[in-house]
Design a protein around this ligand. Sequence first.
Ligand SMILES: Cc1cc2nc3c(=O)[nH]c(=O)nc-3n(C[C@H](O)[C@H](O)[C@H](O)COP(=O)(O)O)c2cc1C
Length: 193
Amino acid sequence: MDFNNFKELINNTRCTRRFKENQTIEKQDLIDIVDLARVTSSAKNMQPLKYIVINDENTVKEMAKRVTWAAHLSSWTQSESERPSAFIVLVNDTSIDGFVMVDAGISLQTILLASKIKGYSGCALASIDKEFCKKEFNLESGLEPVLGIAIGVEDEVLNIVDVNNNDTNYYRNEKDEHCVPKRSLDEVLIGSY
Ligand SMILES: Cc1cc2nc3c(=O)[nH]c(=O)nc-3n(C[C@H](O)[C@H](O)[C@H](O)COP(=O)(O)O)c2cc1C
């Protein structure tokens, strides 16, 4: 892969919330993805993250319906036919003295990129129902869900657009395409020495 391929991958790896229905993601695909996430950088190399992979249809449905999807899209919420096919849940093992939110970010991006390479798309979800996860997955005390990642086959068009008037809220355009405003390089690159 050269830089342009990588650039395309990064640009195309957007948080997706409308998925094709009746798609199966094999458990082994999810395990392969976690196997990559597990070797990414970790503060002090403490590796506090644990993972749960879910492709059971009913459990995915129960997870998906409890999520707050797209807080900025007030007139849309995910329908049953748009649900993902799988979830990966990142869990903090609080008995390990790590720097979990940074580790979780690195892991999240790795999982999103790996999913894309495998032909899927994902969405980071801080709004998963953590109490539901604790009960459903029999998490012992000290194991705290921190982030969910929905994974499925993308069924929407997603565009990066410019930020106007400092408005970073994502929206759907007149063609019902999802638009994600990103700040310009000029705005974010504040030093060059
Ligand atoms: C830590 C984190 C938590 C997020 N939680 C949610 C969430 O609960 N629900 C949701 O619909 N999107 C969630 N998102 C997705 C963001 O809304 C999305 O990243 C943002 O709109 C930018 O879009 P992009 O990822 O395509 O660049 C989350 C993203 C991150 C990084």
